[in-house]
Design a protein. Structure first.
Lengths: 567, 563
């Protein structure tokens, strides 16, 4: 402070160097635009999701052993398998369920373990120990958990209207066609139908007639099996060595063929299947996994509830790392294309889950909050510093967020609630660097002798002066955030975007404050006229000057005299 | 600003006034800490989140039929039909709903049996609805449970909400570990009873198969051999008759799947008159088997029918036999009901067991029971959200200490003084007063309980940085005044407090305004409140408490001893 103001200022800190380098550089404006553009690109193309991805890896091994009791399964399957799996590194817990006929061993890796590696390790361990498999046990099934693929982002409930002419089988067939088409959409992973039914010839044998005709179930089974055989065609050759193809066709071509199957002879007359059983072309009646639906028309809450009707739910999941919003949009478009066709056939649908929309909604709402918060801070700064200064600080916020967002995009993160909360959290912190720099510029511009000096030099000096303490202070905040990245468990993974993004945002806030604040000050701020400068002694910040009325100054004098008196 | 400067100067001049400030601060600090044991501020990992969907899990006793399960779900949907804010409901029989985050860890995808069903309920959009989903489930739960669980005795109905944060198996999971299968079964039932009778705990469920009566057909080996049959044949025919089998398929050009030919007894003829062994015997007499010679042998001739108990599945966790008892909390923190239930358990098991408590760790609530008669050991382990909470708080605590150490080193490097660095750290630690009081105030003004959550802790950690920066700039400024301008120490400190007050207020307002919108969010409300109230406390601490400490630190004056 006690410097000679006529000598050129010597830059001491990185802050001043950055400021100097970019102050009169025409590329600075281009850089600003590029940063904002990159931020915009990141914002529009980054995958959006509601909650951040948590790398939960694990898997299940299912071993069937028909006829074994739970205790047998425990001893023969679960215990040895658990022991072996415990050898894998990175496994947190091993669970097992020993039931009648089957043993299931589930493993959970520590949160954050690499999913591909974990799956491989699990598979490897089971395969290595195949030689120790007990007798009478079926091939083990290894099923890794895959959350991305297993959690659908979209579900639709399809149902038939009362006047629909389609049979249940045809209805299901239509949905299977649609499902096949949806599978073709890019980034769609798994599609599942819940409550769907397949076509099936049902042969329901009447037990009474069975005993009356003196028949066994085994005979009926044999009779049908003998007819329903698919065999490849055979090749025959003519005299002139030409090929003639011929083959035995499946004797069953329709329901009538099954009905006409001869089961046995009883007292000299043939017994057909239709005599002892009801044969129908229907659905898989043994499948009890039905789905029912109760809804209000048009999702309008003033409408009454419908009756309970059967439905088929189509669930669609996306590939990992893809944008739920885009995938959901594409799938919705495909389904809507079929709306008219389906309506004619008497099929209607209701969207029962849309994570894409939910993610989009959550992200948009938070973006909204972010903008409101920026505006509130800008308004506060207008009162505290003046509108030009406020404008400069307000510009720095989108620039900082753009840099942070782009870096997040480059490092493979997604936009989710936690990322945006990290931004909201850092918002209060990241305007500080800009405020500190602009405040110092403001103070210097209004200080004595400012009118005699060159504008650029004042800006550089003001920026450089606060550099060191601002660096240390920002570093202190960054250091509080960094250890959070090492918090383990579900919660740690869930909160990861905060320690990842807040330090980046704070660092970006320093860079932006040092590069763009002096640059924009040069363009926007003007030196006050000579007589307008503030009194550096009594009010170095130049804030609230009208408050310093005469009364205060009188008190000031009194105090000073008191002080002298004490001494 | 002059007034503030004079006020600070006035305080610094008297030893008594300085002592008062320090004592008042310490009292405030411990008074705010006391809000934990007195439950004025309650802790929880994450609060409830209002969502547009929730699900209802229906579990009828093991061995129940799909028709029985359907009866219960119909009862549930009939009650839900009266709700105005429900748009649609899908009931999935014998399977879970399409997987969601809650179902992921609750074993929803593993459901395959006739005794389970899940109902997915979609509500009107959050902004068009006054009642949050977690209050709705809390209101409906007693109604649904009292009227529908009694239809099939042994049924449990659970209302599952979307988790606000990472999903867990249940809020409270009590694992009963032990070798004796029958004994851990008994213990788990006793534990479940205690949990069910604890206030604020709902949806208590013992995760074990129910034991039910079933019949075993014991083949008479001699008779089977004599009549020229095989046991496999007997098995196959029984399965074919009652469960049915796809015995052949037909390919089709019109259908995307092969059409199976499914053989089974007709529903009417395979129906049993009642659940007795006689009914089975009379049914089986009309089922014949054909032996190798082509002769018919009635099935009842070669088997004996015996009634047995079903074999429940055996669960292991980390190679130990375990039965899980789960419970959900009814819109409250799980910590307090857990402690209540634990207290009751220690009382209850005292008669028959030696009860030991576990050493301090994140499993610190565990109870070790030793049977007084047999000497068998059992472990009651608390897992679920509680464990995750403790682990998270432990990790965040460690992160917090690491942050403290890092800042301290940074400051020591900058100032080359342990005393000054200590002042800055001490000052920033005191923002905890604001965080706790802020939560108490937020709890008073909001309708629901406002919990101190994991996000509050994150806010507190961030605050450390913010308030240490305030102190840092203050000390920097005062040092400049003393060492460069040669100002008297007390006056310099007072002057520094006054001039730094403006930027401290300015940045504080920026943080408060920035966090205001956070405070209304269910999950990050804790963070918002922590930042707002902590910043307010930090301002007071930086402007009043830190100057007092600074006055006592000699390192402020470079190269000189205190006057």
């Amino acid at each position: 402070m006690g410097q000679n103001r006529n000598e050129p200022y010597v830059v001491k800190d990185i802050a001043g160097k950055l400021g100097q380098g970019f102050l009169r550089n025409p590329l600075t404006a281009v850089l600003g635009i590029v940063i904002l553009a990159l931020g915009w690109i990141a914002l529009t193309t980054m995958p959006r999701e509601e909650d951040p991805q948590i790398a939960i890896s694990g898997g299940g091994i299912i071993v069937a052993m028909p006829g074994a009791t739970p205790l047998e399964v425990e001893n023969i399957i679960s215990k040895p398998l658990e022991k072996k799996l415990r050898e894998i590194q990175g496994i947190q817990h091993v669970y097992s369920i020993s039931q009648n006929n089957v043993g299931i061993v589930n493993v959970m890796y520590y949160i954050g373990e690499n999913r591909e590696d974990s799956n491989l390790k699990l598979y490897d361990k089971v395969m290595q120990n195949m030689d120790e498999m007990p007798k009478g046990v079926m091939q083990p099934l290894i099923k890794p958990f895959d959350i991305d693929i297993d959690v659908p982002i979209l579900t639709f409930a399809f149902y038939q209207t009362p006047d629909s002419k389609l049979s249940l089988v045809q209805f299901n067939e239509k949905l299977r066609d649609l499902r096949y088409k949806i599978n073709g959409i890019p980034n769609v992973a798994k599609t599942t139908l819940y409550g769907d039914h397949k076509e099936q010839f049902n042969v329901e044998v009447d037990m009474g007639k069975l005993s009356a005709y003196h028949l066994s179930m085994g005979q009926i089974m044999q009779a049908i099996k003998q007819l329903a055989v698919n065999v490849p065609e055979v090749k025959g050759k003519t005299k002139d060595k030409k090929i003639v193809m011929f083959g035995v066709s499946n004797a069953i071509n329709g329901i009538e063929d099954i009905k006409r199957t001869m089961v046995a002879n009883y007292m000299g007359s043939p017994i057909y299947l239709r005599d002892v059983a009801k044969v129908s072309n229907g659905i898989d009646k043994q499948n009890f996994q039905n789905v029912d639906f109760i809804f209000r028309a048009n999702n309008d809450k003033s409408q009454p509830f419908s009756k309970t009707i059967p439905q088929v739910t189509l669930a669609v999941s996306k590939l990992a790392g893809t944008n739920a919003v885009f995938v959901a949009k594409d799938v919705l478009k495909m389904v809507e294309e079929h709306k008219e066709e389906f309506k004619k056939l008497g099929i209607e649908y209701t969207e029962t889950r849309n994570y894409g929309e939910r993610a989009n909604h959550a992200v948009d709402e938070l973006m909204h909050h972010l903008i409101i918060t920026i505006l509130i801070i800008a308004i506060m700064l207008v009162f505290a510093l003046g509108w030009r200064e406020s404008l400069i600080v307000t510009f720095s916020v989108p620039a900082i967020l753009a840099i942070t967002l782009f870096i997040a995009y480059m490092t493979g993160q997604t936009i989710n609630r936690i990322t945006l909360f990290a931004f909201l959290l850092s918002l209060g912190l990241l305007v500080d660097a800009a405020i500190i720099v602009i405040e110092n510029i403001h103070r210097h511009l209004h200080s004595e002798g400012a009118d005699k000096r060159e504008m650029g030099e004042i800006l550089i000096e003001a920026t450089d002066e606060v550099g060191a303490p601002t660096n240390i202070a920002t570093l202190a905040i960054i250091m509080t955030m960094v250890p959070m990245a090492f918090v383990g468990g579900m919660m740690g993974s869930f909160m990861k975007p905060i320690p990842y993004n807040v330090p980046v945002a704070l660092f970006a806030s320093l860079v932006v404050a040092y590069i763009f604040t002096p640059y924009l000050s040069l363009k926007l701020l003007k030196k006050p006229k000579a007589n307008e400068h503030y009194d550096m002694e009594n009010n170095p910040y130049g804030i609230c000057e009208p408050c310093l009325n005469d009364e205060d100054k009188d008190e000031d004098k009194n105090n000073e005299s008191n002080k002298k008196g004490e001494k | 600003m002059k007034k503030l400067e004079n006020f600070v100067f006035w305080i610094l001049q008297s030893k008594f006034r300085k002592a008062m400030i320090i004592i008042l601060t310490i009292i405030a600090f411990f008074a705010s800490l006391l809000m934990f044991p007195t439950k004025a501020v309650k802790a929880r990992m994450l609060p409830g989140k209002s969502a547009t969907t929730y699900s209802v899990y229906v579990d009828t006793p093991t061995g129940s039929s799909i028709e029985q399960t359907k009866k219960v779900t119909t009862c549930v949907t009939d009650i839900l039909r009266k709700e105005k804010e429900i748009l649609n409901m899908s009931t999935f029989y014998g399977q879970g709903i399409p997987l969601d985050y809650a179902g992921l860890v609750k074993g929803s995808a593993m459901k395959r049996t006739e005794n389970v069903a899940e109902i997915s309920v979609n509500l009107t959009p959050i902004h068009e609805r006054e009642e949050p989903s977690f209050l709705m489930t809390s209101r409906l739960r007693p109604i649904i449970k009292s009227s529908c669980e009694s239809i099939i005795p042994g049924t449990t109905i659970r209302m599952i909400e979307q988790p606000a944060g990472p999903p867990t198996l249940a809020s409270i999971v009590l694992e009963v570990h032990g070798d004796n299968l029958k004994h851990i079964r008994k213990l788990s039932v006793e534990v479940a009873n205690i949990l069910a009778n604890t206030k604020n705990l709902v949806d208590v469920d013992v995760m074990a198969d129910d034991i039910y009566k079933k019949y075993k057909l014991i083949p008479d080996i001699e008779k089977i051999a004599r009549s020229g049959l095989g046991i496999e044949q007997v098995n196959n025919i029984l399965y074919l008759a009652f469960e049915g089998m796809a015995i052949a398929t037909k390919n089709s050009a019109n259908s995307s799947v092969q059409i199976p030919i499914f053989l089974v007894l007709s529903d009417k003829t395979k129906e049993l008159s009642n659940q007795s062994a006689d009914a089975i015997r009379s049914k089986l007499t009309s089922l014949n088997l054909m032996n190798k010679k082509g002769m018919m042998v009635p099935l009842t001739e070669v088997v004996n029918i015996v009634q047995v108990d079903s074999n429940p599945s055996i669960m292991h966790k980390d190679l130990e036999r375990t039965i899980n008892v789960t419970a959900e909390t009814d819109n409250v923190s799980q910590v307090y009901p857990l402690l209540d239930a634990r207290e009751k358990m220690m009382e209850y098991f005292k008669k028959d067991y030696n009860v030991e408590t576990a050493p301090f760790s994140t499993y610190m609530f565990d109870l070790i029971l030793t049977d007084k008669k047999t000497g068998e050991k059992f472990l009651l382990r608390w897992d679920g959200e509680m464990k995750v909470t403790l682990d998270t708080f432990r990790d965040l605590g460690a992160a917090f200490i690491a942050a403290l150490v890092l800042i301290f080193f940074l400051l020591v490097i900058y100032y080359k003084s342990f005393a000054l660095s200590g002042i800055i750290l001490g000052g920033s630690f005191l923002s905890l007063i604001g965080v706790i009081v802020g939560h108490w105030v937020a709890d008073q003004v909001t309708v629901n309980t406002f919990f101190l959550t994991a996000t509050s802790l994150i806010g507190f950690i961030a605050l450390m940085g913010i308030s240490s920066r305030n102190s840092l700039l203050l000390i920097d400024f005062a040092m400049g005044l003393i060492n460069e301008e040669g100002m008297e120490k007390k006056r310099a400190i007072a002057h520094a407090s006054a001039t730094r007050a403006t930027p401290i207020f300015l940045t504080a307002i920026a943080i408060i305004l920035g966090s205001a919108l956070l405070a209304s969010d269910p999950i990050f409300g804790g963070l918002g409140v922590a930042l707002i109230s902590g910043t307010v406390a930090a301002v007071f601490v930086s402007l009043l408490f830190v100057p007092v400490l600074m006055d006592n630190a000699s390192a402020l004056v470079k190269g000189k001893e205190e006057q």
